[in-house]
Design a protein around this ligand. Structure first.
Ligand code: ADP
Ligand code: ADP
Length: 223
């Protein structure tokens, strides 16, 4: 369980992006976090990912305070252009984190290929990221996160740079992975339709600075 209490974050220039946010996410939930651009969604995900420290408040994961990047976490950032290693092939980018799973080389390659097929890129493995379009690079980032099978997956506007059909396919892919795996997923989006379609629950944030404005169950409760 992820528990956030009184989370406040001010940037170094004094800009307060989050102000006293409370949020509890049970294990296995697929939670959508929706709010207008600039309201503090990315800041919230960065705090949960342990990439930035809160100015005030507490974050705990399974009872332990979050300090630094939690084990067993994967993040899909909105900015695909900085998330892949340009000197590694697409397949090696996807396979790299799997070393931490103790998988052998052959197993990693097979899992990477399977993940690339699941995001509709069966033939991209031997290419380099810079040979792919932005939307394809983002799909590679998603494949890498899904192949890793983290217990906590954070996604920041993951479908913002792909075309409408691919977006629907990827939404369904995330839903399918969530149904079969034991994964807690936080999906940040500014798209209300997407938040309701994908989420078990939708948390709506206030206009900046972020606080919880509404908390709406939409799907089946997490089992
Ligand atoms: P969202 O993800 O909802 O679009 P962000 O969390 O990126 O919002 O940003 C929230 C607010 O904090 C915005 O007003 C943004 O301009 C500001 N902000 C984001 N990053 C920084 C930073 N590094 N320094 C100062 N202000 C920032
Ligand atoms: P998003 O809305 O997706 O969070 P933004 O366009 O707000 O993205 O921010 C993109 C990048 O610029 C982020 O790394 C963010 O931290 C940084 N940033 C945003 N606003 C500011 C700001 N006012 N001062 C410094 N950095 C900022």
């Amino acid at each position: 369980m992820l528990q956030i209490t009184g989370l406040t974050h001010s940037y170094a220039d004094g800009h307060k992006a989050i102000d006293g946010l409370d949020l509890t996410v049970p294990d296995g939930e697929l939670l959508s976090i929706v709010g207008p651009s600039g309201c503090g969604k990315s800041t919230l995900l960065r705090c949960i990912a342990g990439l930035i420290a809160p100015t005030a408040g507490t974050l705990t994961l399974n009872g332990a305070p979050i300090s630094g990047v939690p084990d067993d976490l994967a993040v899909v950032f909105q900015d695909y252009s900085r998330s892949l290693f340009p000197w590694l092939t697409v397949r090696d980018n996807v396979a790299l984190p799997l070393r931490r799973r103790g998988m052998g080389r052959g197993e990693r390659r097979a899992a990477a290929q399977e993940a690339l097929e699941s995001v509709g890129l069966p033939d991209a493995g031997r290419k380099y990221p810079w040979q792919l379009s932005g939307g394809m690079q983002q799909r590679v980032s998603i494949a890498r996160a899904l192949a890793y099978r983290p217990s906590l997956l954070l996604m920041d506007e993951p479908f913002g740079s792909v075309d409408a059909q691919t977006r629907e396919d990827l939404e369904d892919l995330v839903l399918g992975v969530h149904r079969t795996g034991k994964m807690t997923i936080l999906l940040v989006t500014h798209d209300i339709d997407e938040s309701v379609y994908v989420g078990d629950r939708v948390v709506v944030l206030n206009r900046s600075p972020a606080r919880v404005h509404a908390d709406i169950p939409v799907g089946l409760p997490a089992s």
